[in-house]
Ligand binder design. Structure first.
Ligand code: SF4
Length: 120
């Protein structure tokens, strides 16, 4: 099977054309300007990860009572739906500082959801 993958490791955003077998092993890859692109493609084929960004309700404070949040690092896409569901159920209290942990170790990934801004 052939796939096109955009490497997001650096601002070059190389587009790789990869061919994979039935076990998701990469048989060939072109388009990457450095070896990190191949490493990215191998991970992307097996278990793609992305940073998740969302909002949670604030029970007091300014800014329309919504706090922007994001995962501190990329987490597997397969967990995004569950994390979004958990964030929808949450309500936090101001004051909140940018970088405060809002939800620790989401889905046992070792990655925290953190505040993306200050709320007074
Ligand atoms: S392949 Fe290398 S140069 Fe291209 S986007 Fe990925 S890390 Fe950057």
């Amino acid at each position: 099977m052939k796939m096109r993958i955009c490497c997001t490791t650096c601002p070059n955003e190389c587009e790789l054309d990869v061919e994979i077998d039935e076990n998701k092993k990469i048989l060939s890859a072109t388009g990457n300007k450095c070896p990190r692109g191949l490493a990215f493609a191998e991970k992307e084929v097996v278990d793609p990860v992305r940073v998740l960004a969302s909002t949670v309700k604030v029970d007091n404070g300014a800014h329309n009572a919504l706090l922007p949040v994001r995962t501190k690092e990329a987490i597997p896409l397969r967990y995004h739906f569950e994390v979004m569901h958990q964030l929808e159920q949450m309500e936090v209290s101001a004051p909140i500082q940018m970088g405060d942990v809002i939800l620790p170790n989401v889905c046992d990934t070792g990655v925290d959801v953190i505040a993306s801004r200050n709320i007074r």
